[in-house]
Design a protein around this ligand. Structure first.
Ligand SMILES: [Zn+2]
Length: 354
């Protein structure tokens, strides 16, 4: 287990970091409050608690990433530790925590505050996380899927400011999607809107994490890209040598970004994988463009870190296969918050209607 903590001062909090100053009277001002943003992932790789001011500036963030898939009891224990660390009394003297937002890497019934499933993990089926945290903290709490939260973060505090119809695509270990319309997350009838990782794009294609075949996630997620590269390289010594070179002889650690870099350097196996990523992500997004007519598609997560190596060919493809009236005003951009999008998203959830 590793630990990391970051902390940034904000100019909005005058008495930040001055122990001994106590307010015993006075009405709570809108600026004198904080929110908490909690991030939970089923793989254990991303677990954090962030303290933010009411402008969304993150003042302190504590992480407890794990290298194994944790059970709910372990996650709750880690949450308790992280919460205790960010809520140290001397740092909250100038206000109180008004709301908690939680970005969950799984299927979430946000209407009822329930985690339906946590991807990769067991024991979370229909877990009443919102009620649990509200009882534990005595603070109003809002939970949502992490891609929905990230989408909201990009619209409120990122590259999508002012955009009316935005699709966020989180290209991480899995693939998540979030739709924000007129500043609000669009959840659909049963809170599964935006689950674009499970769009069928290749009949008879590779097996998806959900058990079905040919879904977008099985071809385009960071994990799928790495896995495909490792699998194909076995038959191509030059590619295998290139993988060993960029990973320091730890082939199993090759990242999606490294696969894109090898493609750009001319490796034909990597180029084939990248072409498939562009093609199948392009098909999925082109279909979505015709349904929701977005003004912006935001790409986040690990795979989006390659930037224009992915975005430029994807934009060309989408504009070539969509009706001009549907696609002419669509901009495809890289997310502002990158791999922190879920954490910032949790904070943004908490800031809604505060
Ligand atoms: Zn699937």
């Amino acid at each position: 287990m590793t630990q990391h903590m970051s902390r940034t001062n904000s100019g909005n909090l005058g008495s930040w970091g001055q122990p001994g100053v106590q307010k015993t009277t006075g009405k709570l001002l809108a600026t004198h409050g904080y929110v908490l943003g909690i991030e939970i992932s089923g793989s254990g790789s991303r677990q954090s608690v962030a303290l933010a001011d009411l402008n969304g500036n993150i003042l302190r963030r504590v992480r407890r990433p794990l290298e194994y898939v944790p059970d709910p009891a372990t996650v709750m224990r880690l949450l308790d530790e992280m919460l205790a660390e960010v809520m140290k009394a001397e740092e909250l003297q100038d206000g109180r925590i008004l709301r908690v937002g939680v970005a969950v890497g799984g299927l979430v019934d946000s209407t009822h505050g329930i985690v339906r499933t946590l991807h990769h993990a067991h024991g979370w089926e229909d877990f009443p996380l919102q009620e649990y945290l509200e009882r534990r903290l005595d603070i109003p709490c809002i939970i949502d899927n992490n891609a929905n939260a990230a989408a909201l973060a990009e619209v409120q505090l990122g590259v999508g400011t002012g955009e009316r119809v935005v699709l966020y695509v989180g290209l991480g270990r899995g693939i998540g999607g979030g739709l924000v319309v007129n500043g609000r997350i669009y959840h659909g009838t049963t809170c599964t809107a935006g689950e674009i990782g499970h769009l069928l794009v290749k009949e008879g294609g590779p097996k998806c994490s959900c058990g079905m075949f040919g879904h977008l996630e099985a071809i385009v997620s960071a994990q799928a890209i790495s896995r495909t590269m490792i699998g194909l390289a076995v038959e191509y010594p030059e590619t295998e040598a290139a993988i060993h070179r960029v990973t320091g002889a730890r082939a199993e650690r090759i990242t999606a970004v490294q696969v894109f870099q090898l493609a750009a350097e001319g490796d034909s196996i990597a180029q084939g994988i990248v072409r498939d990523v562009e093609k199948y992500l392009g098909i999925a997004l082109a279909n979505i463009v015709h349904i929701i007519n977005p003004s912006m598609i935001i790409l986040g997560g690990q795979v989006a870190q390659v930037g224009d190596l992915l975005i430029a060919p994807l934009a060309t493809y989408i504009h070539s296969v969509c009706l001009p009236a549907a696609s002419q005003s669509v901009r495809i951009v890289q997310s502002k918050h990158g791999t922190e999008a879920n954490s910032v998203g949790a904070v943004t959830l908490a800031l809604q209607d505060v």
